[in-house]
Design a protein around this ligand. Structure first.
Ligand SMILES: Cc1cc2nc3c(=O)[nH]c(=O)nc-3n(C[C@H](O)[C@H](O)[C@H](O)COP(=O)(O)OP(=O)(O)OC[C@H]3O[C@@H](n4cnc5c(N)ncnc54)[C@H](O)[C@@H]3O)c2cc1C
Length: 310
């Protein structure tokens, strides 16, 4: 069966690969490809952030965790590394549901909590270097026989074929007239300094992170709802650095080597469902907020299930 996937971000490419592995013929059609998608700016730490509904995202996150580990250990992809990260919280709370599935999760000791926080946990999770992972996804897709065409659509009715998977991210505001999709602007800084372990405060209002990769550490962040500005803002750079310095006082500003901005495709819940438009079956897979990488393989598998049950 022939499927057209709209979008070549992490959602479109992972879905395209899974469809090919399950015997479908796949063409991806997208306005932009790597390095010009939102996915290319993802930090990218495995962590379910700004994505709903929890019952489903916990499952998709856990499935993706296992696949990323598999890619690291079996396929020997060196740009996925396992790193320790500590999440700091203002108040004590129950461990998140997804933590039950993790090989390493522990509550921090009082002397491990940084100033102004009172609780926290440590996990070990995949860090994905998107500058290398996105081209790898694309070449894997083509190796399996998938084809790619650059094209922008005004309407899903214009997309060729009867079976369509819609992975258009923030593009859904126009392509699907979906006004529940809202950009949540994220700015990041790259620094050539390793903090040892990642430090996190992932509450949207105080969002702070230091994500160690092999080449750089990614410093964040901002979560500015409804903000479409894709320019770097100096005041945001300063705001991010101040927050990161509070969690990581050794941060050395002279080692900063770059910055980036992306618009997270936020929605009250991920839209992963089938819709019939005229004679076309569309499976939507968009609205992954701050967790598109974290949920990518779980969502891709769900799309395959929906298309197989046609
Ligand atoms: C600063 C920042 C940090 C982040 N950190 C993390 C992290 O640590 N972990 C994590 O899991 N996630 C993270 N995210 C979130 C993650 O980047 C997104 O959830 C994810 O990239 C969404 O992927 P996508 O494939 O759905 O969308 P996109 O990457 O935006 O891809 C959409 C695709 O659809 C195409 N398209 C759109 N409209 C049309 C149209 N009309 N016609 C044709 N093609 C169209 C686009 O050209 C593109 O190819 C971060 C995001 C930001 C901005």
């Amino acid at each position: 069966m022939q499927v057209t996937v709209v979008g070549a971000g992490v959602s479109g490419l992972s879905t395209g690969i899974r469809l090919l592995e399950n015997g479908f013929n796949v063409k991806i059609m997208a306005e932009e490809i790597s390095p010009n998608t939102v996915s290319d700016t993802a930090a990218a730490w495995w962590y379910p952030f700004l994505a709903e509904p929890i019952e489903k995202t916990n499952r998709w996150a856990s499935e993706t965790f296992n696949e990323l580990l598999n890619l690291k250990n079996q396929t020997k992809i060196e740009f996925i590394t396992m790193r320790l990260g500590r999440e700091y919280l203002m108040k004590k709370c129950d461990p998140p549901g997804w933590s039950l599935e993790l090989p390493h999760f522990r509550i921090l000791q009082p002397d491990e909590i940084v100033q102004d926080y009172s609780f926290g946990w440590e996990i070990e999770a995949p860090v994905i270097e998107m500058n290398l992972y996105m081209p790898w996804l694309l070449s894997r897709f083509e190796e399996l026989g998938g084809t790619l065409e650059l094209r922008k659509f005004k309407s899903l009715e214009d997309v060729p074929g009867d079976l369509i998977v819609n992975c258009c991210g923030i593009g859904a505001t126009k392509l699907c007239n979906d006004d529940t999709v809202i950009p949540v602007r994220g700015q990041v800084i790259y620094i050539e300094q390793d903090p040892g372990f990642g430090r996190f405060d992932q509450q949207p209002d105080t969002l702070t992170y230091t994500i160690p990769r092999r080449d750089v550490t990614v410093l964040g962040g901002t979560a500015q709802k409804g903000d479409w500005d894709e320019n770097i803002r100096n005041e945001d750079t300063e705001y991010i650095l101040k927050k990161c310095e509070a969690l990581w006082p050794e941060l050395d500003r002279s080692k900063i080597v770059g910055t980036a901005v992306g618009l997270r495709p936020s929605r009250y819940e991920i839209r992963l469902e089938k819709e019939l438009i005229s004679d076309k079956t569309i499976v939507h897979n968009y609205g992954h907020g701050g967790a598109g990488v974290t949920l990518s393989w779980g969502c891709a598998d769900e799309v395959v299930k929906l298309l197989k049950n046609q």
